[in-house]
Design a binder for this molecule. Structure first.
Ligand SMILES: [Zn+2]
Ligand SMILES: [Zn+2]
Length: 387
């Protein structure tokens, strides 16, 4: 693949940066060294830097050489995972129990490579915001933290764009979904309160154990009976707890689980249904319910027009056959969804090779061959969206 001179020149540096970040992984909201390194590099490229947004978040502001009110945001996540690395690479994690197993070290570096190239050429109109966010992993919602800290109020942008490297997909190929790209994931908990008593005299009790048995079965009918068969959602009950003795009917029983959904409308409907069915089933057993939802990341929904735009730009940059239209969406979650709820944009999966270890594997390592491809993609996205 051919790269323009700035990118070609910076490939060895990008590899060094990526491996340096890889060797010093930092987890959610502790990305102190990583964000400092990013800020230093941006300053080196004469890019205006804003630090400490949503914790350790960094925003670089770069103006093109042509005036315009247009502005876009490019986002990279910076955090690592709380797990031990087993790659035995010479640059493997020096921080025990922490690892860049999702390739966010590569995401940071691709955006830094693009920042370098864009800052040399400035061949665009308007403003680019380079967003480096903390805490994507583990439900810690760094994107939301940056938004709550004024990301979109202080940096006015029309659209926002994200990348994730994708193992199993050919190197440099892209998948850009129309609308639904990744699922929303919520946790729910149901306490069923009955009346305890002697196991030999059930007539004096309201048994919450029998009630949760019916509730578990009833909840499994929601997806099969209450939503369009062409819809995708997952409802898994993963925690059940009740009782302490063989001869005592307990006072309370507990169910916990997760709901994965693909759009907000269905998500809200399903959560309401889970509450309603568990409450009414419990009532039929003379029990009461307490219902609690812990909201996870919302579904990641691309703007259809933005998805089309980015596919066109990708094909123009890398060739007609570089956009994979076959890959279906996934029920995994991603907190870029919070940004896409505030601004239109699209989330791109960028292939890092069929042989790559899977994300979150202790043997995973970001494929450095993707670095110049990512930098080139970001550059061309900016130059095409803001000519
Ligand atoms: Zn991850
Ligand atoms: Zn990730």
């Amino acid at each position: 693949m051919n790269f323009e001179k700035n990118i070609q020149d910076i490939i060895p540096s990008m590899e060094k940066w990526r491996q340096k970040i890889h060797s010093k992984p930092e987890i959610a909201y502790e990305e102190f060294e990583t964000s400092e390194f990013i800020a230093e590099k941006l300053k080196e490229f004469d890019i205006e830097v804003h630090k400490g947004i949503g914790g350790t978040g960094v925003v670089g502001v770069l103006k093109g050489n042509r005036k315009s009110n247009k502005a876009i945001g490019l986002r990279a996540d910076m955090d690592a995972l709380p797990m031990s690395e087993k790659t035995n690479l010479k640059y493997s994690s020096k921080n025990p129990g922490k690892m860049h197993a999702c390739g966010h070290d590569g995401h940071v570096t691709m955006l830094l490579g693009a920042a370098y190239n864009l800052s040399r050429k400035k061949n665009f109109s308007g403003t680019v915001y380079l967003i480096f966010q903390p805490a994507e992993e583990g439900g810690k919602a760094g994107a939301k933290a940056m938004i709550n800290d004024g990301l979109f109020d202080n940096f006015k942008m029309d659209s926002v764009w994200g990348i994730h490297n994708w193992p199993g997909l050919e190197l440099g190929k892209a998948v850009i979904h129309d609308e639904f790209a990744m699922a929303g994931g919520d946790l729910f908990e149901i306490n069923v309160i009955g009346k305890g008593g002697h196991a030999a005299q059930p007539q004096h009790s309201n048994d919450p154990v029998v009630a949760i048995g019916f509730i578990i079965t009833a909840l499994q009918t929601i997806l099969s009976r209450k939503i369009d068969p062409f819809s995708n959602a997952v409802l898994s009950i993963t925690k059940v707890n009740a009782g302490t003795a063989f001869n005592v009917i307990p006072e309370k029983a507990y169910i916990g689980g997760t709901l994965r959904s693909t759009n907000d409308k269905e998500r809200n409907y399903l959560l309401k249904k889970i509450e309603e069915i568990s409450k009414n089933t419990a009532i039929s057993h003379n029990c009461e319910t307490e219902f609690k939802i812990t909201p996870g990341y919302p579904p990641t929904i691309n703007d259809k027009h933005c998805a089309e735009q980015v596919r066109k730009i990708f094909k123009k940059t890398f060739g007609e056959h570089t956009v994979d239209m076959e890959h279906s969406a996934t029920m995994g979650s991603e907190d870029f969804s919070y940004m896409l709820k505030k601004r239109p944009g699209a989330y791109v999966w960028l292939g890092c090779g069929e042989k790559s270890e899977k994300l979150h594997s202790p043997y995973y390592d970001f494929n450095d061959k993707l670095l110049p491809i990512g930098a080139k993609y970001w550059t061309n996205l900016v130059e095409n969206l803001m000519p």
